[in-house]
Design a protein around this ligand. Structure first.
Ligand SMILES: [Zn+2]
Length: 407
């Protein structure tokens, strides 16, 4: 049996007046998603446990079959794994953003999407000046890592910079403010400003009218998570296909193969067809592939309805369409479509609301859901005796569902 789980990041939404009260998923042409819902089984899934932030890390960990309440330690350590930084048991990995500060305000959480080449020079300068504090690792664009060798720092309260854009820096520094590590690291953030402001990379950016990366922001810290390997847990050889470091980081801890797809960008322009080609190839020596597409989430954050609809239609046509065409030649197969969390256009950020899933395997039970969208799946769910499933139980359900042939 071959399994494919297609994750449209942030794909679900709320009704929009611009779409006459429909959601982007309802408005998009999605014949393949609808086929899966109609001929398979659908329902609602709670991917973000009560009391946790609706981050892509938490939600995707759920979908990949692991309870975030039990295994999630922070975003930093997941990203560390994806960039090849190995954490010791006493290390704490912080996500380190390059940000733009303007008159004490957090003006931009991504420093004008600074390039990795520019960031590389800045990371080098930071390591030269602050080697006594800890070590900086280069990631991609504005997303990097800082590692401190003392696990006590894991308990600090940190703030995601994208949540406080336009607000004063000093209000959102690490807390509690009198904790020895808060004092040390808040000082590090402030001092980074001196080094970065006068760096030639930033002088050039300002000259070119771009936003300078004039401060670092530390957040999302945690110690190395201890998670049982996917193969031991599910008895399946798994792989990931994604353009996003975070998902690769989860894959690394779970012992999944992170398949590199050259055109996977984690943005609108990602190579959808390339993802399927590499997924089908991976299925030759794996049992399950997670195909993750970031584009609908990016459109949600940007509040761009047309890009969101386009991303959904591309997932439908180029990924699901191709898979439904090609998978039968590999023998018995099962396919799933779902988002990790909603990223509603009107809110421009993630929510914790339950998400609709649909699964299909030829010859298995069908509950005849009209189409794959928020409204149709909820309606079919309410008319059934199904219960709201915890996200981390989804994979077990999917495997069980496709093992029961009724025809
Ligand atoms: Zn997400």
């Amino acid at each position: 049996m071959k399994y494919v789980v297609v994750i449209g990041d942030g794909m679900t939404d709320l009704p929009l007046k611009e779409l006459d009260g429909k959601t982007p998923l309802q408005s998009a042409q999605t014949p393949n998603m609808d086929f899966i819902a109609k001929n398979g089984s659908s329902g609602l899934l709670k991917t973000v446990p009560e009391g946790m932030e609706p981050g892509s890390d938490v939600a995707n960990l759920s979908i990949m079959g692991y309870n975030p309440k039990k295994y999630y330690t922070g975003r930093g350590p997941l990203e560390a794994a994806s960039i090849g930084a190995e954490l010791s048991d006493n290390d704490v990995g912080f996500r380190c953003n390059f940000i733009t500060v303007d008159e004490g305000m957090l003006a931009d959480f991504n420093a004008g999407h600074i390039s990795t080449a520019e960031a590389s020079q800045l990371i080098e300068a930071l390591n030269k000046s602050f080697y006594r504090f800890g070590k900086f690792y280069l990631g991609t664009s504005y997303r990097h890592l800082f590692v401190l060798n003392n696990k006590d720092a894991a308990s600090l309260n940190s703030t995601p910079p994208h949540d406080v854009v336009g607000e004063p820096i000093f209000e959102h520094l690490l807390k509690p403010e009198d904790h020895p590590f808060s004092i040390k690291l808040n000082e590090l953030m402030q001092k980074s400003s001196d080094i970065l402001t006068k760096h030639p990379v930033n002088k050039k950016r300002i000259d070119e009218g771009k936003k300078p990366a004039n401060m670092i922001w530390l957040w999302g810290q945690g110690t190395k998570p201890q998670m049982p390997v996917f193969k031991d847990n599910y008895g399946l050889r798994g792989a990931t296909i994604t353009g996003v470091d975070l998902i690769k980081g989860i894959g690394t801890y779970l012992g999944l193969t992170n398949v590199h797809v050259p055109g996977a960008t984690g943005y609108y322009d990602t190579d959808y067809c390339g993802k399927v080609t590499f997924a089908l190839e991976a299925l030759e020596n794996h049992d399950l592939v997670f195909i993750h597409v970031e584009a609908p989430d990016e459109a949600g954050h940007a509040g761009d309805i047309q890009e969101k609809i386009m991303a959904i239609e591309r997932i439908d046509l180029r990924i699901l369409g191709k898979l439904l065409e090609e998978l039968p030649s590999l023998g018995d197969f099962a396919i799933a479509i779902l988002p990790d969390h909603p990223t509603p256009i009107d809110i421009r950020t993630h929510t914790s609301d339950p998400v609709p899933y649909a699964v299909y395997s030829p010859g298995c039970e069908s509950d005849d859901t009209e189409s794959y969208d928020e409204v149709a799946v909820e309606k079919s769910f309410k008319n059934s005796s199904k219960e709201l499933m915890d996200g981390y139980q989804f994979l077990k359900f999917f495997i069980k569902y496709s093992s029961k042939k009724i025809q």
